[in-house]
Design a protein around this ligand. Structure first.
Ligand SMILES: [Zn+2]
Length: 319
């Protein structure tokens, strides 16, 4: 296209009086035009370090041609062939030139519908990609929490959104639990956070958290000498006693919010930010809840601020 053609396109654009949404769509289209092959290069670069066979874990493999733009490898030990994405949640997703613009949508917490419009893919694709890309980064090893570790749960009304079979009449968006208190109509989200802002989130199941669930989820991420701080729920005291962990409880319900450094305000602030952020999605299905807490963890920690960071993290995630 010559300079004269470019100026014609620019003149036409000026006359169109584009809305913000139109402009966002155009930005997405342009972003995917300027980066043909860029995404593939990032994928190959990320996978080059520490490449191993997703079938048997062997590091002995050799190149054997290309398929769909990606280098293929053959494992010397088990003879299986694979590429940089085999075994990751991104394997077999198509339209790779649109991945980076889509990851920008994830970084901006754009809704399924708007992301689909912005990068010109079907809504079903936008939905699938959201959950694949989040699953891929959510699988990264959890950090070890140290020093003072705050732990507390928050609850999310069980939702079968998108599910084909319901064992009760559908609720209109949102709604209320029928019973008061922490019934089995609530999904429990456990969050633990140390004073260095390292954060771990777990969806532990329906109803209040138990000592057994704390042992299963929390124990593996706690350094040996932590001081665990929680509210007065009995499960924490039982868990700490069994695990031999120093534990302090604040009786939040009795109006005691803090005793010096002994408080759970860091984790409660995280819950607050999560719930505020979640509102934009108009209801989240229980079976995807862990993806949303994981997504919020990535955003809240400002860990992956560029599409290329997110892609790299997704490609090297444990399989
Ligand atoms: Zn192998």
């Amino acid at each position: 296209m010559g300079a004269a053609d470019v100026s014609l396109v620019l003149k036409a654009l000026e006359q169109l009086q584009l809305s913000d949404e139109d402009i966002a769509v155009l930005q997405g289209v342009l972003a995917s035009l300027v980066q043909p092959g860029h995404c593939l290069r990032l994928i190959e670069e990320a996978a080059t370090k520490n490449r191993s066979c997703p079938g048997c874990g062997s590091h002995r493999c050799h190149r054997c041609g290309h398929a769909n733009g990606l280098q293929r490898y053959r494992c010397v030990a088990c003879r299986r062939s694979f590429n940089a994405l085999t075994g990751t949640p991104l394997a077999r997703l198509r339209l790779r030139d649109k991945w980076l613009p889509y990851l920008q949508c994830l970084i901006e917490s754009v809704t399924i519908r708007k992301a689909a419009a912005r990068i010109a893919v079907a809504r079903s694709t936008s939905f699938r990609w959201r959950h694949r890309f989040i699953t891929a980064v959510r699988q990264a090893p959890r950090p070890q929490l140290s020093g003072i570790v705050e732990a507390d749960e928050t609850y999310h009304l069980v939702s079968h959104k998108g599910s084909r079979s319901l064992d009760r009449p559908p609720r209109k968006r949102g709604g209320k639990a029928r019973r008061r208190g922490l019934s089995v109509e609530l999904d429990c989200i456990l969050v633990a956070r140390d004073r260095n802002r390292q954060t771990c989130d777990f969806v532990t199941g329906r109803g209040p958290v138990t000592a057994g669930q704390l042992t299963r989820h929390l124990l593996p991420v706690l350094a040996r000498d932590v001081l665990l701080v929680s509210d007065a729920a009995k499960a924490y005291a039982a868990f700490a006693r069994q695990a031999g962990i120093t534990h302090e409880a604040v009786n939040v319900r009795a109006g005691i919010r803090a005793r010096g450094a002994i408080h759970i305000q860091g984790v409660n602030a995280w819950h607050g930010r999560f719930k505020t952020w979640l509102r934009r999605f108009n209801g989240v299905a229980s079976r995807y809840l862990a993806n949303y807490t994981g997504w919020q963890r990535v955003l809240d920690a400002a860990a992956l601020t560029l599409p290329a960071h997110w892609l790299r993290s997704a490609v090297v995630s444990p399989r």
